[in-house]
Ligand binder design. Structure first.
Ligand code: BEZ
Ligand code: FE
Length: 307
């Protein structure tokens, strides 16, 4: 990289007298104004809003220099914790409720459509392509569970050929990528395609609630504020059909601990499902599981894409 020398850039005209000092009262306007020449109007709007709100927060709490350095140190360590498989900044956004807020703003409730919720950090590998009826529990969990559903339009019409991406933690609350020595890659994951009647189905185990990763700065923040790190038990879904807006969502296991205090603020009551106990030898044979088993049902209702 060539570093421009001072003499390479034309110096601005030297004012005869210094403009007024920048003070506590004028610094916010001065910084906002400094972006006035940004060619990208949206960038200018975003930076202006961030500066105004950050300055307002600083004025409200009046941090000491030590507190300011602690905050910078925290953000530095948050960045240093990130790598190809760990995104500590997303986790920070999650525990501050920002991910849920952005998700809610961008996917405002549409009558009849399935509510969206956060993607989370564990959709980091491609789900293996599977056939309807396949088992995504590759390690043999304790209680088999059948999950059935359809992908539908908001007027209830089934969508054949839609893709349904699924990923979940196991009965001990771990995703495959967290414990590669215990779970084979692809455990708890599958990419399904709906049949002629818009249906998908697979077998699995009922997932457990689990703690989000706490071995980094976000874990320290939770510990310092005596917040627990747990998410209620859930299965993740992304439903994707041409001509429709993709929906990223979960189903939550009714009765799970932490439904009322999700560490990432992502629970929606419309997404809580009973994982019904079934004692039905014929049903068990049909789905290829042992009896008794559990059964959860989710219809994923997608809305037409705009334009
Ligand atoms: C998840 O559900 O996989 C998740 C979401 C946010 C933070 C951590 C985990
Ligand atoms: Fe999850």
């Amino acid at each position: 990289m060539t570093v421009p020398r001072a003499e390479d850039t034309p110096a601005p005209a030297v004012p005869k007298e210094l403009a007024e000092d920048i003070t506590e009262d004028t610094v916010t306007d001065a910084v906002v104004e400094s972006f006035a020449g940004a060619p990208d109007a949206r960038l200018q709007e975003l930076l202006g809003a961030f500066v105004r709100h950050l300055h307002a927060a600083v004025r409200e709490v009046e941090p000491t220099m030590d507190e300011w350095e602690t905050a910078i140190g925290f953000l530095t360590r948050t960045g240093q914790k990130c790598d190809d498989v760990r995104q500590e900044f997303v986790l920070l956004s999650d525990v501050l409720g920002i991910s849920a807020l952005v998700e809610n703003i961008n996917h405002r409730k549409v009558a009849g459509a399935t509510e969206a919720t956060v993607l989370g950090p564990f959709h980091m590998t491609e789900s293996p392509v599977r056939d309807n009826g396949d088992c995504i529990d590759l390690v043999g969990g304790r209680t088999p569970c059948v999950v059935t559903g359809r992908v539908l339009t908001t007027d209830g019409t089934p969508i054949p050929g839609a893709q349904v991406d699924v990923w979940q933690a196991d009965e001990n609350g771990f995703y495959d990528v967290q414990v590669p020595d215990v779970q084979p890659a692809g455990n708890g994951r599958g990419l399904f395609t709906t049949d002629d009647e818009g249906r998908f189905w697979f077998t699995t185990v009922v997932p457990s609630y689990y703690p989000i990763p706490t071995d980094g700065p976000v874990g320290q923040l939770l510990e310092a504020t005596k917040r627990h790190p747990n998410r209620p038990a859930h299965i993740h879904f992304i439903a994707d059909a041409p001509g429709y807006t993709q929906v990223t969502t979960h189903i939550f296991v009714s009765g799970s601990p932490y439904l009322d205090s999700d560490a990432v603020f992502a629970v929606k009551r419309s997404l809580v499902r009973d994982f019904e106990p079934a004692d039905d030898p014929a049903g068990a044979e049909r789905y290829g599981v042992s009896n008794p088993y559990r059964h959860a049902q989710i219809d994923l209702v997608v809305q037409e894409a705009a334009g």
